[in-house]
Design a protein around this ligand. Structure first.
Ligand code: UDP
Length: 263
């Protein structure tokens, strides 16, 4: 399967989960992909997919189209990796939005790429950018802006970003808004690489604590987040629904053959 966009060249394996192809990419492979995408000068959209994305896509046709058409879909959630396994595919590892942003900052620092940080509460994007720049002194911050994902603010935000002319645009408005925003504006902005990064700026800026390494290793980051942000419980209800959909998808073939003609 081709990764759309970066010169249309790279052949990448994918796992098909509920009709969406997730790319089997490791973090180690990301710097080359980032450079290839930016090298083309054309706009690319990377999505960091978790089960919530899948369940939104089930009911939101527009978001489903955006998810299908994104140039690269990474397995952000452990649920995606496990679902792939259940369905007989293999995804070598998770590539989370937050780890990707740290990696991007390193690649940008080494290659002179300019990053624009859009979204999160006032001052958070700025603080996250400052922390990333302290870690990567070569990093060029094209700009930071909180803004909103509301259509009435779109023209003003696009003007700011166009003026800043970044190579990479990180959009932190949470799913589905951030990725719908990128899909709506990418032709107009012509930023070579845009990524929806959810709560990443909050984690980098230290507004939210990240789960300890061992919790992440156990695949329980979602539980840690739920305990720290109980308000997310409604959103987390998508998890059992996702499991149900995966099992339904897994056994669809089985039940179909059970109900074979003549029975
Ligand atoms: N956000 C925002 N404007 C909005 C909605 C959300 O700036 O209208 C920000 C919010 O402050 C947070 C991020 O978007 O920084 C949403 O992160 P969320 O936890 O929803 O994403 P996840 O990490 O779960 O993908």
């Amino acid at each position: 399967m081709k990764v759309n966009g970066p010169a249309g060249s790279s052949e990448k394996n994918t796992a098909e989960i509920l009709g969406i192809e997730i790319h089997d990419i490791t973090m180690e492979e990301m710097p080359a992909i980032i450079k290839e995408m930016i090298g083309t000068g054309r706009p690319h959209h990377i999505m960091t997919v978790n089960p919530e994305f899948m369940m939104i896509a089930k009911h939101d046709i527009e978001f489903r189209r955006v998810l299908q058409e994104a140039d690269l879909k990474l397995a952000d959630g452990i649920g995606i990796v496990l679902a792939a396994k259940i369905l007989g595919f293999s995804l070598r590892e998770r590539v989370t939005g937050i780890d990707l942003v740290w990696k991007l900052a390193r690649v940008a620092g080494n290659n002179g790429y300019r990053i624009f940080f859009l979204g999160a509460a006032d001052g958070v994007a700025e603080r996250a950018a400052m922390i990333l720049r302290n870690e990567n002194p070569g990093l060029l911050v094209a700009g930071t802006y909180s803004g909103t994902p509301n259509p009435e603010d779109e023209d003003a935000i696009c003007a700011v970003i166009k003026d800043a002319a970044p190579d990479i645009l990180l959009v932190a408005y949470g799913p589905p808004k951030q990725d719908l925003w990128i899909a709506r504006t990418k032709e107009r902005l012509q930023v070579p690489l845009s990524i929806g990064v959810g709560g990443t700026f909050d984690f980098i800026a230290g507004i939210l604590p990240r789960a300890p390494f061992w919790v992440r290793k156990l695949g329980l980051e979602w539980l840690f987040r739920l305990l720290r942000q109980p308000k997310r419980w409604k959103r987390q209800l998508t998890l059992p629904k996702f499991v149900y959909e995966i099992l339904k998808s897994k056994f669809k073939g089985f039940f179909r053959s059970e109900r074979s003609p003549g029975r």
